[in-house]
Design a protein around this ligand. Structure first.
Ligand code: AMP
Length: 602
């Protein structure tokens, strides 16, 4: 075998395992840090972006240096999030799968502590932990760190961002003075500098690329739009990139939830990830995203920290982050492991200064991009479809039996006619949606006062809509999608013209265009549902504000949903209103999310 990791000093058992993972050549950080760390005699500071192979850079030396004949904690890896904690644990287990007696335990909040205590009790050499839960276990005197030789602080800047400074201090005070500390960080704010001074003696410093520089494989683009056009512009960008597999960053949990709901309602394959979801819900979303049965992950900064998903094509900053450093973390979710990626920011004309600031920090220029026109999108989608038809794998066996009938049906059509019709099936809905679509670009120097409301508009109803009360709700088994279907069936109104739907327990509210109110009343004159008379009324004004968020028709570009169904997106959940567990529960990470928000602003 000729794997260069052998030359770096890694044993065959481990090299065999990582070769199976596709590690054929060390990444630059691995190449430079492994020989240093293998000596076991240095403190170490590695400045490197996420996705550059840091885990193996410290993980492989740990596996070489520890004594796995012994079963006490010898190494502690601290990291900011549960996701990263599980990722590192899993990676270490994979690297060591051909070694015996390697015990790695993941310690993180939001999961059963008794399981973790049991695993620790059974014996462990490497503990991978988030600081909060680790401290909890230390305070219970359930772990002995007196023989720890190596402490790794991974994504140190993130841990400090999240307010873990005190916890880290307390944890490290239980480890021996002469241990070695290896710190990895994407950026080097003064807090990290301070921590390295505090815990390390004459550390070996390694900077991959210029300090704070973003990954060179990422292209940074910005689009300038009016605040009110932001969502429409965002959808155009997505439509223009049919193969997108992206993470969309919002500034707040509410914005995250709302964008996800709006996208789902508009037929996109999207879901949200934020701190108000329970751990179980977050895991479920992440599983779907990892498996690529979800195309767009809408996330807050905190929730998306440490996410390592392969082949993310686009990071979209729906809102720019409050802190400049977070831009680097966000964009680092794409272009991992040597791949390329695009980081897109949708801004208003007043935010151009922030872009210039980010350019200075990452040392790279942004490209000013133009929101595609409706025509561009249609053309792109059309040729995407043609390409798909051309490349589709035909199941000869299954289709054979139907061929004679199909041929029969098409007997009177020429090849050209047939092609036109196939293409039109999907294309028509795009044409319809994008006909008369306005230009959404705003020149860079525009100073439109109306842009001052850069926040995502959340509530409110158009004057040309009426809010109707209906005496059906979730107790009757309705989600928003079901109610929309039922209402449209009953009234013959078109779903895309209906506004916000707010499903309560025994009743709901539906916004309909004023022009359609009479039609709705007529349709429900003698309607029954499961033997009960269905009643609609014009809702009192006071009811308007009681709903939480939601989405009104005014945000729909061109006045309507653009999709007729979800068949376009594989495995997509196109009925967001039925998403699992709409109840919002607290979870322990919330405290961190709140703390993290105290950081300095732009
Ligand atoms: P990390 O920065 O450790 O999160 O790694 C980012 C991604 O790169 C992970 O998916 C790793 O599996 C992958 N990776 C790390 N090192 C290598 C390597 N030497 N060759 C190929 N892929 C790697």
């Amino acid at each position: 075998m000729n794997n260069p990791f052998i030359e770096l000093g890694i044993r065959h058992d481990i090299v065999n395992a990582i070769t199976e993972l596709g590690f054929e050549n060390p990444t630059p950080i691995q190449e430079q840090s492994i020989p240093v760390l293998l000596t076991g005699s240095n403190d170490f500071v590695g400045l490197a972006q996420t996705g550059t192979g840091k885990t193996a850079a410290f993980g492989l030396p740990l596996l070489e240096l520890l004594d796995f004949e012994e079963n006490y904690p010898q190494a502690l890896v601290l990291c900011p999030t549960r996701e990263l904690c599980l990722q590192i644990t899993n990676d270490l287990k994979n690297y060591s799968k051909n070694m015996s007696n390697v015990n790695v335990v993941a310690v993180y909040g939001g999961a059963s502590i008794s399981d973790q205590l049991r695993q620790i009790k059974r014996g462990v050499q490497i503990v991978v932990a988030t600081p909060g839960r680790m401290l909890d276990i230390i305070n219970r005197k359930a772990i002995d760190f007196s023989q720890v030789q190596y402490v790794v602080l991974d994504e140190a800047d993130e841990m400090l961002n999240m307010g873990f400074q005190e916890d880290i201090d307390s944890i490290l005070s239980t480890t021996p003075e002469d241990k070695k500390t290896w710190l990895f960080s994407a950026t080097m704010p003064s807090e990290v500098r301070r921590i390295s001074k505090k815990y390390m003696t004459d550390p070996y410093e390694l900077t991959m690329g210029a300090k704070n520089t973003g990954n060179a494989n990422i292209e940074h683009e910005y689009y300038i739009v009016r605040a009110r056009d932001k969502y429409a512009a965002f959808k155009r960008i997505v439509d223009f990139n049919p193969e997108i597999f992206g993470i969309v960053f919002c500034r707040t949990k509410i914005e995250t939830q709302e964008i996800a709901e709006a996208l789902i309602k508009d037929g996109y394959n999207a879901d949200s990830l934020h701190g108000d979801l329970s751990q179980q819900q977050r895991d479920k979303v992440m599983k779907r995203y990892r498996e690529r049965s979800l195309q767009l992950l809408i996330a807050t900064d905190v929730a998306a920290r440490g996410i390592d998903v392969n082949d993310v094509t686009h990071v979209i900053n729906y809102s720019l982050p409050d802190e400049i450093e977070n831009y680097t973390h966000r964009s680092g979710r794409t272009a991992r492991a040597g791949k390329t990626g695009v980081s897109i920011s949708i801004i208003n004309s007043k935010e151009i200064g922030k872009i210039r600031q980010i350019e200075r920090v990452i040392g790279k220029k942004f490209i000013k991009a133009e929101i595609p026109t409706g025509f561009d999108v249609c053309e792109k989608q059309l040729f995407g479809l043609i390409h798909k038809v051309h490349n589709v794998e035909v199941n000869e066996q299954q289709i054979e039996q139907y061929i004679p009938r199909i041929m029969d049906e098409f007997a009177d059509l020429s090849k050209e006619d047939l092609i036109k019709r196939f293409a039109s099936i999907e294309f028509n809905s795009f044409l319809e949606y994008y006909k008369n679509a306005p230009d959404l670009n705003v020149p860079e120097d525009t100073r439109a006062g109306r842009d001052s409301n850069e926040k995502f508009p959340r509530t409110g109803m158009r004057a040309d809509f009426t809010r109707l009360f209906i005496n059906l709700g979730s107790v009757d088994g309705f989600g928003r999608g079901d109610l929309l279907g039922y209402f449209c069936n009953q009234t013959s109104l078109v779903g895309r013209n209906i506004g916000k739907i707010d499903v309560k327990g025994v009743y709901s509210f539906i916004e309909v265009p004023n022009a359609d109110v009479d039609q709705a009343f007529n349709a429900f004159k003698s309607a029954e549902f499961k033997g009960r008379q269905v009643r609609i009324e014009i809702s009192a004004d006071g009811d308007r504000n009681e709903s939480r968020g939601g989405w009104s028709n005014k945000k729909r570009e061109g006045g309507g949903d653009r999709r007729d169904g979800g068949n376009r997106r594989e495995g997509g959940n196109t009925r967001g209103n039925e998403r699992s567990g709409s109840g919002f529960r607290d979870f322990s990470g919330k405290r961190r999310e709140d703390r993290g928000e105290r950081r300095k602003r732009f």
